[in-house]
Design a protein around this ligand. Structure first.
Ligand code: EPU
Length: 345
């Protein structure tokens, strides 16, 4: 092993500070990746060991249900660079390790619009395209141009354009065919200097009215989204959580009609002619889980879709609670919830 490798990789590392669910878990090996060169150096050696690899960004969408017997690659590639600028747009290249929310606020300060609705989403820039983060009527795909990612087996850098990423609802090729095969190093976004604001989400509209704002700026939208999120979602610094634990299920209209017959107040959003998206938070609340505490884990009292760590919960405890909720929702409604968080172990 080379000296560089030995200084880059540490052994037996506590992952609690690296996951927002604040679960205690150990990685047998851990390396901070600050550049693609460092990654290549590490990969050359780790391949010889044949140990499993795990790419970790902000740890805001991951549940360590067990210790990780392998090498964690913690992405810390920083930097922002304007690639191109016109009268209307700016193409911003951002290091994958940059904090997502700080990046949003930086763009808001510059007057570059497009991601203000995605304020306060925890995590890193590199993780954003993996699950195509979205909130309040906007998703990353709408401003995404391309990304650079390193192929983990060869260390080679590849470019992925928007079509290559196959973005869907909280989904991309990196959660499917290419799962675990690439480490995102840079992300390029196309932001607008004359942005079309998205105020379609009810809570944003009512907040604008309440504040008497008729011509909102991107800063107004960002501030409002921050306030809405703070009022609905727990701050992971004080109460461990990974945001929505499950995806909102999309079901055939006849399934939704059956539920609606039994629960006339059931919310649903039409997704084309044949399908309806049902808020998982509603299903979980209706099944009796909102605000419930089981051991050291539970669901958040204001948003049943968020599983929280009340302190000292193990990954296995959280997984057991998630499985109980899934079974209960399946028994009550005949709907299978699919986790949104990445479960390790
Ligand atoms: N609801 C309940 N009870 C609850 C929670 C929700 O009845 O305890 C029902 C209500 O009818 C509410 C509806 O669900 O109107 C929707 O709730 P909310 O606006 O909180 O949104 P969501 O569908 O639960 C999604 C995203 C969030 C994102 C918000 C806002 C998913 C899985 N989650 O949540 O994303 O912030 O919309 O756009 O799509 C995340 O991905 O981690 C995340 C927090």
């Amino acid at each position: 092993m080379s000296t560089t490798y030995n200084t880059l990789v540490t052994s037996d590392v506590d992952l609690q500070p690296y996951n927002t669910l604040q679960v205690a878990a150990k990685a047998s090996h851990f390396a901070a990746i600050e550049s693609i060169d460092q990654l290549q150096e590490i990969l050359q050696h780790s391949q010889a060991d044949g140990q499993p690899l795990l790419v970790l960004g902000g740890g805001s969408n991951i549940l360590f249900a067990d210790d990780f017997d392998g090498l964690v690659l913690h992405v810390e590639i920083m930097g922002k660079e304007i690639l191109k600028e016109t009268d209307d747009h700016v193409w911003l290249k951002i290091g994958a390790g940059e904090n997502w929310h700080q990046t949003v606020r930086y763009c808001v300060e510059q007057g570059w619009g497009g991601i203000e609705n995605l304020s306060l989403i925890p995590g890193t820039v590199g993780a954003a395209p993996i699950q195509n983060i979205g909130a309040y009527g906007v998703e990353l795909a709408q401003v995404f141009e391309w990304l650079e990612a390193a192929h983990i087996e060869s260390g080679e850098a590849h470019r992925f354009d928007k079509e290559d990423c196959r973005f869907g609802y909280r989904d991309s090729i990196f959660k499917n065919e290419l799962k675990g095969q690439y480490l995102v190093t840079q992300v390029v976004l196309k932001l607008s200097k004359d942005p079309q604001l998205n105020t379609s989400y009810g809570a944003i509209q009512s907040e604008l009215e309440k504040r008497g704002i008729s011509e909102p700026t991107i800063r107004d939208i960002s501030d409002i989204v921050i306030d809405i999120r703070n009022s609905k979602l727990p701050n992971p610094d004080t109460l461990g959580n990974a945001g929505s634990f499950f995806k909102n299920p999309v079901v055939k209209n006849k399934v939704f009609e059956r539920i609606k017959a039994a629960y006339p107040g059931a919310p649903g959003y039409s997704m084309g002619d044949e399908e309806t998206k049902i808020p998982a938070g509603w299903l979980i609340e209706e099944a009796g889980w909102k605000g419930k505490i089981v051991g050291n884990a539970g669901t958040y009292k204001q948003q049943a879709l968020v599983i929280v760590n009340h302190g000292g919960a193990t990954g296995k405890e959280i997984l057991a609670l998630a499985n109980k909720i899934r079974t209960s929702v399946a028994d009550t409604f005949g709907i299978e919830l699919v986790p949104e968080v990445n479960i390790i172990g």
